[in-house]
Design a binder for this molecule. Structure first.
Ligand SMILES: [Fe+2]
Ligand SMILES: [Fe+2]
Length: 338
């Protein structure tokens, strides 16, 4: 395999330790586009330089790596870049978003698809490295890209929202959907700029606390409706909100607005939510909490969108302001999701 060529590289810099590297996803790499960072791959417990700075990767080779990656389970094999090249990678990431938003060579569908993948990947990276600043910065950038494309393209939401992820991607897919739909609803309610970007970023990371629950247990809990959870289930599941706050707080790069939104994503009016049983919430927090419930019905429990909205109306009466609940219906109709 062509990876092995790297083993012969006499350059001592061809090997790095995991401490010096950060993971990136193959989906973030574009073909025929030279990088200004070194790209590493893990082979037999060694991290080898695969593509040096200044070189790109041909389409055929990229497709081959994607095929190999798709055969392996998640978190096993990854591509890496040196932490020292993080800034260069951020620039590359920015360019990918910009290109997806502005390129006239791409069909609208393709552009939505690229942004969708970028958002999902950002969630994947931050779940694998919850404490990493770079991972969070990528998430914020992805949220901004998502916001721009949703705000300017009436058809984008349907495309972004309707794609069903594989079972293993349920959480990433859910976070991406919550981000897209929350931002769209807030936009319809008149929010603009920073408010939308904070909401979008908070939605992408809102379930980051679930990264402390592992494997099978997480799959079972995440797939179980709140009202069907046993007291034991709740004891395991509900702390994910406090865990998220613990992960995100005391970090200079986390905006307090984002932190507050994450902290309130299971709160409801009248003290019906958790963990703080708040009586009052601002509108953006209500949007995130309500869309979180709505999307779990659609993306995780696979309930039809119209039925999911009906359930929301019946089950969550008084938990959110009526004008917000009604606006969601307008948005879903306008975006032809109903
Ligand atoms: Fe949650
Ligand atoms: Fe959630």
């Amino acid at each position: 395999m062509s990876f092995l060529v790297a083993k012969k590289d006499p350059n001592p810099d061809a090997y790095k330790t995991l401490d010096e590297l950060m993971p990136i996803s193959i989906e973030m790499i574009r073909a025929n586009c030279p990088f200004d960072f070194d790209l590493f791959v893990k082979i037999a417990d060694k991290y080898l330089k695969y593509i040096p700075k200044g070189q790109g990767i041909e389409e055929e080779k990229l497709d081959k790596i994607k095929q190999i990656e798709s055969l392996k389970s998640k978190d096993v094999e990854r591509l890496f870049i040196p932490k020292a090249d993080a800034e260069a990678f951020e620039g590359y990431f920015d360019d990918s978003i910009e290109e997806a938003i502005e390129s006239e060579d791409l069909e609208a569908e393709e552009r939505f698809s690229i942004i969708e993948e970028i958002a999902t990947t950002a969630v994947e990276v931050i779940f694998s490295e919850p404490e990493s600043k770079q991972a969070f910065v990528l998430t914020e950038k992805a949220a901004k890209g998502l916001r721009k494309i949703i705000q300017d393209n009436p058809k984008a939401l349907k495309k972004i929202f309707s794609k069903k992820g594989k079972k293993t991607d349920l959480i990433e897919n859910h976070c991406k959907n919550v981000s897209a739909l929350s931002v769209r609803l807030a936009f319809a309610m008149g929010y603009r700029g920073k408010d939308l970007d904070h909401l979008g970023a908070a939605a992408l990371v809102h379930d980051i606390g679930l990264s402390s629950i592992r494997g099978e247990e997480l799959n079972l809990l995440f797939g179980r409706e709140d009202r069907r959870m046993s007291p034991d289930d709740k004891r395991m599941y509900q702390p994910h909100v406090k865990d998220a706050v613990r992960i995100l707080s005391n970090k200079s790069y986390i905006n307090p607005e984002i932190l507050k939104l994450v902290e309130c994503h299971h709160e409801k009016l009248q003290g019906e939510g958790y963990p703080q049983k708040l009586q009052k919430m601002d509108d953006l927090s209500q949007i995130l909490s309500m869309i979180n419930l709505y999307d779990k019905k659609v993306s995780v429990y696979r309930i039809d969108p119209v039925e999911a909205y009906q359930q929301l109306l019946q089950q969550e009466m008084g938990h959110y302001k009526l004008n917000i609940v009604k606006k969601l219906k307008d948005v879903l109709e306008a975006e032809e999701i109903f």
